[in-house]
Design a protein around this ligand. Structure first.
Ligand code: HEC
Length: 164
């Protein structure tokens, strides 16, 4: 009898915990969290839930092997955090600039084109995973990245730089 009671109590706790976790996850996708800068003028747009999901899928399929949690494998100092994106030349902390980057990437200082090194649509002949991506896809994945610091919190996105 007592054992049953404990099992029941454990099941209830687990259920309550799951409810708590899923409502927290849903809360994080508020319109506010999905609001991102669209260009360098500072104008903002709200990503639809559909665009957000599209960006998330794309990020997981095409970018996360190098950019897991917003970090950057092989160059840990150029992360996808808001601060790093803003500090690039030109700043990449808006949808338009990031879409430009995914078409034609440059080093952090804007000096050297790196289309042979970073996945981009211009050289989809070498980066075949970029071949079928439309402008809408590039916009969705950029929006997804820009929304992460608000959704996960800056400590959980692009953290762990070696130096600043
Ligand atoms: C093979 C590994 C790899 C993949 C895959 C990859 N990246 Fe990167 N990414 C890097 C590296 C390395 C850098 C730093 C480049 C440099 O030295 O300037 C970088 C830099 C960036 C930057 C500039 C960050 C900043 O702070 O200026 C953006 C934006 C970016 N990547 C987006 C993406 C997106 C979106 C995808 C998926 C479509 C992607 N990357 C896929 C390795 C990768």
């Amino acid at each position: 009898m007592l054992k049953r009671f404990f099992l029941f109590a454990a099941a209830t706790l687990l259920f309550a915990f799951q409810l708590y976790v899923s409502s927290a996850a849903a809360l994080e996708l508020t319109e506010e969290a999905r609001t991102v800068k669209v260009d360098e003028s500072g104008k903002e747009i709200v990503l639809s839930l559909k665009e957000y999901k599209q960006g998330q899928n794309l990020f997981n399929d095409t970018c996360s092997q190098c950019h897991n949690s917003g970090r950057t494998k092989t160059n840990p100092n150029v992360t996808l955090s808001s601060a790093d994106l803003a500090g690039a030349f030109p700043s990449r902390d808006n949808v338009k600039a990031m879409v430009d980057y995914l078409k034609e990437p440059y080093t952090y200082d804007g000096e050297t084109e790196i289309t042979l090194l970073h996945p981009n649509t211009t050289r989809a002949d070498i980066f075949s995973e970029m071949k079928n991506l439309t402008d809408e896809d590039l916009k969705a994945v950029s929006g997804y990245i820009l929304a992460q610091p608000k959704i996960r919190g800056p400590k959980f996105w692009g953290a762990g730089k070696v130096y600043n």
